[in-house]
Design a protein around this ligand. Sequence first.
Ligand SMILES: Nc1ncnc2c1ncn2[C@@H]1O[C@H](COP(=O)(O)OP(=O)(O)OP(=O)(O)O)[C@@H](O)[C@H]1O
Ligand SMILES: [Mg+2]
Length: 159
Amino acid sequence: MTRPVDTLAHPRGPATTSDRNGQGGAQEGPGFALDTEEELLAVRHTVRSATLAAGFGLIDQTRVVTAASELARNAFVHGGGGRLRVDILHRAGEQGVRLTVTDQGPGIANVEAALVDGYTTGSGLGHGLGGTQRLMHEFEIHSAPGEGTRIITTRWAPA
Ligand SMILES: Nc1ncnc2c1ncn2[C@@H]1O[C@H](COP(=O)(O)OP(=O)(O)OP(=O)(O)O)[C@@H](O)[C@H]1O
Ligand SMILES: [Mg+2]
């Protein structure tokens, strides 16, 4: 099931990631493995650095770090490990940080249900996905049983 969710309609429209010479663009970041507890701990530092590089203030830095941490832990716990990519985006007057978290785990049968606070198939509180969606401006989830999970989420801040 594919469910793009615009949690906060953004007035300037989407950034282009291919238009490197024009107004928009993206610096593609490296990928990070999410296969060990150590790698999960490193996520906070890596994402904090990216938000700093994008010029985010402390509160926005913390929002994106928290979102990355939740998604990385989901990929590790529910997906059996995965990968994180962090991209810095540019568009008129704004900078963005985009997180792409993928895993090849069992996938999510009911994405709508998984986004609701309190829904969990594990021992957590079930607040990770819903909370992440609220912390970020754009949130897209692609997941299906047997096909793994891919979440792409972005937060913007004034340049
Ligand atoms: N990457 C994933 N692969 C498979 N299932 C997932 C994945 N991410 C989330 N889920 C499913 O969605 C449910 C809700 O996820 P969510 O992060 O909101 O809560 P949780 O991980 O159970 O608890 P916590 O509050 O500790 O994050 C999970 O219990 C799990 O069933
Ligand atoms: Mg979770």
